[in-house]
Design a protein around this ligand. Structure first.
Ligand code: 5AD
Ligand code: SF4
Length: 436
């Protein structure tokens, strides 16, 4: 979602004379867009700010030009004034729900008086209504935020405190943005939300629509070929969405559905609001509707109170699901979350061992999922050139990176039929079947 927000900030600032530069050394404006969900996010932000400070001081000495520095994103939201206290040379602190105000905040920066502009409100007018409609360039694949925030309050997670309450963007605003993306050459859209399948809004028939119906509506846009969504919560996996995985050919056969743990004790402590059995039932149902679907997930090992038996239940759940791909993390405390003050924190050595076991198993499942695609044919969307001569990189329907070669110079953004020749841990290789 931060990638999406950064793109929107870039769109927003273009009419004000700014353009993206990949070199900070001579930038008039540096926006540090932060994410709070990873470990030590606050420390990382301050150390990155220290590095930026050196850059802007050097620029000032060399050219006399002063750079404006803004800190955006969820760490900005959580830290607020503290950022200015610890880094007084920062000009702007702006939260993820108020970055639509960046142009005004920048205009207010006064180099002489060095007034500070902090905006970490959760405004009543949704930011999407205020973001301008200026989308100029994207690659063949783009993100589109349709839902933000979370009301679920898992005890390990900082999201409900930084992104705020669950909010679904209205249908029309999503369709308008999707059409604009298609107009600039996008072929694949990934719908984003912290709880993307909790999306719910009034549909064209005035009834409440869920994500399945939204995807079916978006699929009517001719030049939009591949649709994806992430990240989902098991509680919001309704039958309409599951059916779309069977009936809607533009919806890719990939589902990222985090479970976090295979133990009901731990799931309860995490406040996940579902049991391991309920999760497995959902997976079974999804597979009944689309047997080929690739399942992905997230796991946390070493949550406070997790016993060896709980850990083994996670291993057993992973074996039952057989993931195509998954992310796994050691539990670490996020300031302000209930989990951070739970007793029975698990020691670091045990966490390391458990993470290793979980990751080894997930790695072997991913490799066999990839190997199973050898000799099959698939349509991939060509995303970019590879490092080697004539090499291209595309994305498979199952979200795998696929490497192939062609002397044709203009394949980016095309769909190519490939025969898969080999498979590795994180990628596949293929040969072109179609006429290119
Ligand atoms: N410790 C470890 N992992 C976490 N995640 C979120 N909060 C924590 C935490 N405190 C992981 C979860 C989530 C993913 C985005 O990040 O697995 O699904
Ligand atoms: Fe965080 Fe997801 Fe739980 Fe919401 S549902 S609190 S975003 S892990």
């Amino acid at each position: 979602m931060n990638f999406y927000d950064s793109e929107r900030m870039t769109d927003l600032l273009k009419p004000h004379g700014y353009q993206l530069d990949d070199n900070e050394d001579d930038a008039d404006l540096i926006v540090l867009n932060t994410c709070h969900i990873r470990e030590k996010a606050v420390e990382k932000t301050y150390s990155e700010l220290g590095r930026i400070r050196v850059k802007i001081n050097t620029r000032k000495e060399k050219t006399g030009k002063r750079s404006i520095v803004a800190v955006a994103g969820c760490v900005a939201q959580a830290q607020g004034k503290e950022i200015i206290k610890r880094s007084p040379w920062v000009d702007i602190v702006v939260g993820p729900q108020s970055y639509q105000n960046l142009p005004e905040l920048i205009a207010k920066v006064d180099p002489v008086n060095k007034n500070k502009n902090i905006n970490i409100d959760f405004p009543t007018v949704p930011k999407f209504d205020q973001l301008n409609a200026n989308i100029e360039e994207r690659g063949p694949s783009a993100f589109l935020t349709i839902q933000e925030g979370c009301d679920k309050f898992c005890t390990f997670c900082v999201v409900p405190y930084t992104r705020g309450a669950e909010y679904s963007r209205p249908l029309k605003s999503i369709i308008d943005e999707a059409k604009q993306l298609i107009d600039v050459g996008v072929k694949e859209i990934t719908l984003l939300g912290q709880n993307v399948n909790a999306w719910c809004s009034k549909g064209l028939d005035n009834r409440n629509w869920g994500l399945g119906k939204l995807i079916d509506e978006l699929a009517k846009i001719n030049d939009l070929k591949f649709i994806r969504y992430t990240t989902s919560h098991p509680l919001d996996m309704d039958i309409e969405l599951i059916k779309s995985h069977r009936d809607n050919k533009k919806l890719m056969p990939y589902l990222h559905l985090p479970v976090q743990s295979g133990s009901d004790n731990v799931l309860k402590l995490m406040n996940r609001k579902h049991s391991a059995k309920e999760y497995l039932k959902i997976i079974e149902k999804v597979r009944n509707y689309n047997p080929k679907i690739a399942i992905s997930g997230d796991f946390i090992v070493g949550f406070p109170g997790e016993s060896e038996k709980d850990h083994l239940l996670t291993i057993s759940l992973i074996k039952q699901v057989n993931y195509a791909q998954a992310y796994s993390f050691k539990y670490s405390k996020r300031p302000g979350t209930p989990g951070s003050v739970f007793l029975n924190q698990v020691n670091e050595d045990t966490k390391n061992l458990r993470l290793h076991e979980v990751q080894e198993l997930l790695r072997s499942q991913q490799l066999s999922f990839n190997k199973n695609t050898i000799n099959s044919t698939m349509k991939v969307l060509v995303l970019k050139k590879g490092k080697k001569k004539y090499q291209y990189i595309g994305r498979s329907p199952y979200n795998q990176s696929v490497y192939f070669s062609s002397k044709n110079e203009n394949l980016i953004g095309s769909f190519i039929d490939l025969s898969i020749t080999d498979a590795f841990q994180n990628s596949l290789t293929g040969n072109i079947l179609s006429d290119f």
